[in-house]
Design a protein. Structure first.
Lengths: 113, 114
């Protein structure tokens, strides 16, 4: 158990809909990362927050947004969903933003039908 | 830009065989290097790491040495078990502004047969 909790584990929704994925980082970790894992693209970095502030952005679509709350949990919002958004979405956390390892949750499997 | 490249899989071995999964990196600085493992239905978990040149990371019989001269961080294990079947990811932290982002290779699937 990494200490990172993601909910829900599975999500099935229709095209055009909006969903929210939730992540609770390890106790004491201030940095949260979101990744998308698909068979053809591998593990793609989406966005990072540190202590409530956005710190880095990767290949995140404009239809996607995220935030980190004062209690350090984070949410990833995906809107106007398309079939191609079906993937595993992982949250990871680390103590700081420096050159260190990240601890991953078990992921949310999103299926868009 | 900074990146990692790892060998494509799947790698299929018999139990007790020797394992090597190749990983090379491109980096402007001296990043820490990592191997993560993903078991079916689970998230990634750190297997080992090395923070500077010539460091050897090791864990659960797996080893990797940070080779600056060949920009490599190959994963090895002397005798694999069926329970080692998983996907292995090489990674480094890439600097992005004032932050470091763990960045992963495409992953190498390992299948170990009894």
């Amino acid at each position: 158990d990494s200490g990172v909790t993601q909910t829900p584990k599975h999500l099935i929704t229709a095209t055009g809909q909006r969903v929210t994925l939730r992540c609770s980082p390890r106790s004491g970790d201030l940095s949260v990362y979101w990744y998308q894992q698909s068979l053809d693209q591998g593990l793609q970095f989406l966005i990072q927050y540190y202590n409530g502030e956005e710190r880095a952005k990767g290949n995140i679509l404009e239809r996607f947004s995220a935030q980190q709350f004062p209690d350090l949990h984070s949410e990833l919002n995906l809107s106007s969903l398309e079939l191609g958004d079906s993937a595993l979405y992982f949250c990871a956390s680390s103590v700081k933003v420096m050159n260190t390892e990240a601890f991953f949750g078990q992921g949310t499997r999103l299926t868009v039908v | 830009g900074d990146s990692v490249t790892q060998m494509e899989g799947p790698v299929t071995l018999s139990e007790e065989a020797f394992l090597t999964i190749n990983c090379t990196y491109t980096a402007t600085g001296y990043p820490s290097l990592f191997w993560y493992v993903q078991y079916p239905g689970e998230g990634l978990q750190l297997l080992l790491k090395a923070t500077k040149a010539d460091d050897k990371g090791s864990n659960k019989g797996f080893e990797a040495t940070y080779r600056k001269e060949t920009t490599s961080f190959h994963l090895e294990k002397g005798s694999v078990q069926v329970s080692d079947s998983a996907v292995y990811f090489c990674a480094l932290s890439i600097r992005s502004g004032g932050s470091y982002i763990p960045t992963f290779g495409r992953g190498t699937s390992l299948i170990v047969h009894p």
